[in-house]
Design a protein around this ligand. Structure first.
Ligand SMILES: NC(=O)c1ccc[n+]([C@@H]2O[C@H](COP(=O)([O-])OP(=O)(O)OC[C@H]3O[C@@H](n4cnc5c(N)ncnc54)[C@H](O)[C@@H]3O)[C@@H](O)[C@H]2O)c1
Length: 453
């Protein structure tokens, strides 16, 4: 099939490379010419393990462009994967979606094209996108658009850091639309994935026994709501364990044991029960805000989702309170942040806890130093206002530090020679913000070891 993907960010590029791997002909389009130039040179503009490798092996089926006239005409499926960042009031900023939809309408010329919303968009956006495309089509072609295209929703569930595995071996594929013909086209597009008939990449073997993927084919609004509900549920699972953790600390219980004890219940499950600094990233914050805003339009409150957001915000304050409690004075202290990215295996800094924590520590008069294996360059570019000294070696960060905070649980940090590094610190205080270090080992090495909660 001929597929056009609009937007080559974490979602668009991964989707494009994976569809090419499945055997489709893919044109990836981005309005950012720098990104397109980098892709034309075979380099990916983001950090995502394995993506550059898979791109190299799929390139013969891929084209990259910034020109809509080279992507949309002739496409069987056009996938919109542009950003939908939060506006200051929390609602998603839909200007990129609008612009992409209008350009699609202008350049559509196949007999029938399915336009797919893969971006996370407010409920009802499918109808809005349809009207924008129809308007632009009729203006450009002077004929009715009836029957030439249909809009469908295909929400994305990949996680940065494991985006390829999540795309090739997903838990489910969700498609939504009111046109049976469009849903048939999408079933065809996804067939190799649903039936797992594609060759496995050599660096990412198919999990044992994984031979099919469930398809949820539904209406437009349900597909759109599935995405928001999934993210809200995951977000509240994290906030739930953090809320329990705050109580556990007071009553002398170990939240990790509690998480293990409840997670073994198959109705609850062990994942997303790791207490700590809470979620960050481009999705949970934005999507929970959008869900609450949508409910508000219908006069509904979503108190559970709102509470999950409040608990999450509080965790970032608590880490600074813990430091204040421990060191009493933060002015003039040297505080080291291990990790800047919102989670390991990505360079994404959107809503990363490290940013908030650094800002608060600086307000308290501390000197903040930090290390991240991949996100430092982006951090310097995106946050020039924050006075954070960046180190190229995680080990050197410990020199004269009054406290080290594990903010992102990169695997390399867990393997550091902590006892030796402790000797380089002024005060041997460690705050494990990710429940990832071994308390007994740390305490035996002479650290004052704190966790959040
Ligand atoms: N990042 C994730 O983990 C993730 C997971 C699931 C869903 N999503 C959703 O997917 C969407 C994309 O997210 P992302 O993280 O890939 O965003 P991103 O910011 O990394 O990428 C968006 C890309 O779209 C490009 N763009 C903007 N306007 C355009 C236009 N008119 N035409 C073509 N390209 C245009 C931008 O230049 C950018 O490269 C969002 O709605 C997001 O909520 C993201």
């Amino acid at each position: 099939m001929k597929v056009a993907i609009l937007g080559t960010g974490y979602v668009g590029l991964t989707t494009g490379v994976c569809f090419a791997w499945l055997g489709h002909d893919v044109v990836c389009l981005d309005t950012n010419q720098q990104k397109v130039d980098s892709l034309l040179a075979g380099k990916i503009p983001i950090y995502e393990p394995g993506l550059e490798e898979l791109l190299a092996q799929s390139r013969h089926r891929m084209k990259f462009t910034s020109n809509y006239s080279e992507a949309v005409p002739g496409a069987d499926v056009v996938i919109i994967a542009v950003g939908t960042p939060p506006s200051p009031d929390g609602s998603p900023d839909l200007r990129y979606l609008r612009s992409a939809s209008e350009q699609v309408g202008q350049f559509l010329n196949s007999e029938f094209t399915v336009v797919v919303n893969k971006s996370t968009v407010p409920i009802g956006s499918g109808n809005w996108v349809e009207s924008l495309i129809r308007g632009a089509y009729e203006k450009a072609h002077f004929v009715k658009a009836e029957g030439r295209f249909a809009v469908a929703s295909n929400p994305e569930f990949l996680r940065e850091g494991t985006a390829i595995a999540d795309s090739l071996y997903p838990d489910r594929v969700v498609i939504g639309g009111d046109s049976p013909k469009a849903l048939d086209v999408l079933r065809e597009l996804y067939r190799p994935l649903l039936e797992q008939t594609f060759p496995e990449p050599d660096f990412l073997p198919r999990p044992d026994g994984f031979n099919s993927v469930p398809l949820v084919a539904t209406d437009l609004a349900s597909a759109e709501l599935i995405k928001y509900a999934a993210n809200a549920f995951l977000a509240l699972k994290i906030s739930f364990i953090n809320e329990v953790g705050n109580l556990a600390e007071r009553v002398g219980a170990d939240v990790r044991e509690v998480a293990r004890g409840i997670g073994l219940d198959s109705r609850i499950g062990p994942r997303f029960l790791q207490s700590g600094l809470g979620w960050g990233g481009s999705c949970f914050g934005k999507d929970t805000a959008a869900l609450i805003a949508t409910a508000g339009e219908y006069g509904l409150a979503m108190p559970i989702v709102s509470a999950a957001r409040d608990v999450n915000k509080r965790q970032r304050v608590r880490v600074v309170e813990k430091l204040l409690g421990e060191l009493k004075i933060l002015k003039g202290r040297r505080i080291a942040l291990l990790g800047l990215a919102f989670k390991p295996d990505t360079d994404d800094l959107r809503e990363a806890p490290a940013i908030d924590i650094a800002r608060r520590l600086i307000q308290h008069g501390a000197t903040v130093v930090a290390h991240d294996p991949v996100a430092e360059e982006l951090f310097a570019k995106e946050h020039p206002d924050l006075e954070v000294a960046l180190f190229s070696s995680a080990e050197d960060l410990f020199e004269d530090a009054d406290a080290v905070i594990l903010v992102t649980e990169w695997n390399d940090y867990l393997k550091l020679d902590w006892p030796a590094l402790g000797a380089r610190m002024r005060n041997k205080v460690v705050i494990d913000g990710r429940s990832s270090l071994d308390r007994a080992e740390m305490e035996n090495s002479g650290f004052r070891f704190l966790t959040v909660p």
